[in-house]
Write a protein that binds this ligand. Sequence first.
Ligand code: AHR
Length: 481
Amino acid sequence: MSIKILNQKSGPTISKYIYGHFAEHLGRCIYEGLYVGADSSIPNVNGMRTDVVEALKNIKIPVLRWPGGCFADEYHWKDGIGAKENRKKMINTHWGGVVENNHFGTHEFFELVKQLECEAYVNGNVGSGTVQEMSEWVEYITMAGVSPMADWRRENGREEPWDMKFFGVGNENWGCGGNMRPEYYADLYRRYQTYVRQYGDKKIYKVAGGANVDDYHWTDVLMKNAHWLMDGLSLHYYVHPQGWEKKGSALDFDEAEWFATCQKADHMDELITRHSTIMDQYDPEKRVGIIVDEWGTWFSAEPGTNPGFLYQQNTIRDAMVAAITLNIFHKHAERVHMANIAQTVNVLQAMILTDGDKMIKTPSYHVFDLYKEHQDAERVDLYGKAPETVTYTASKKDGVLHLSICNFAVSGSEELSFEMESTIKAVKSARFITADKMNQHNDFDTPEEITIQNFQDFATAEENLTVTVPAMSVITLAIQL
Ligand code: AHR
């Protein structure tokens, strides 16, 4: 059967921010992964690793969320500014119990964002911080005129304010961010967000702390009590194949666990649908976005590493999770305004792993590379029935249609026929990743076990395209119509 592609109708724009990332003061994400300090022998610009910055720019990172996560509700921003030798040291109680020397703070974050050429998403502290502290942080970052915080920023070497597009008012306030009831947090949200002032002419997009997975009551209470004061409401969902307690291994798993992982990734569809339906009651125009600012696989930490560092390897199975989830975000593009996979480097479903001066790109990185042309493109709808293990998405930009297909079967290929509404002039590029083994991955000795290759198993005739999709693969075709 042929899958029809409605390429002549304009769908919603797939926000580029759906391709966002998250970097917390956790394990080796910030320190070692992104920031090595200006004196490091690892090549860097103002302390930021050159290899990592270049790799992230290649996938067009659109936005970076910082400083947490759970860390955000224990972070006191004033500890992280001024001369590095005078910055307070603290224990990172959430993550590994290691010393945090605060050498990466506000100035360093905005330097990183500048080098990445992306937008900043700063997450404020509601759990253990005051309204004044949050308000002064926003003033420090964004105030151009004369003010105590703007003057302090200048004393610390930064004349102009920075652009801060997104601001999160707390994180997981149902858990590590204060163990609050939704009614209580909704009131706190209303109060704290009042002092997230807009000092310049650029609007700050305010994100309220949203639900844990399927806590629909949380969403209802937040929307009922504060929807007009927020631009986005967050949602966190991680894939643990063996459940939250046991999680499961990143590298050692069987076929049943492979499919459990893919099915759990697919659960994101139901979560967004149901949270969005509740939001529709208060916001039928979908002005308030769902901000999935933490998602991805969360396996047991790699044996021999600090369990609090959440370091895990990344296989072709993670690539399946990335493709399944991004396809779901495209499907809900009207409501999902941003998403931030957790976490950029060395933590959970990372794009990049580092070991000293070595760096590797993970299979998940390659999915973000294969999908980057969907950023800010118009979604194109497809009608037809695909085999159970196949998921696909399409978008168009500048007359080019990008079709991405993922087959998460572990063996056997699937032949798919697509019918466009107009003649295919050319297939400009066809690229894919695949593997022979379920746990195939890149490591520091074999960094290109999984890498993007040219894909050839397709044929075109007039408006028809036939693709033979291998098992365990993600493909993107760029089609000139
Ligand atoms: O990403 C790791 C942690 O997961 C974050 O700090 C927290 O928000 C979530 O529970």
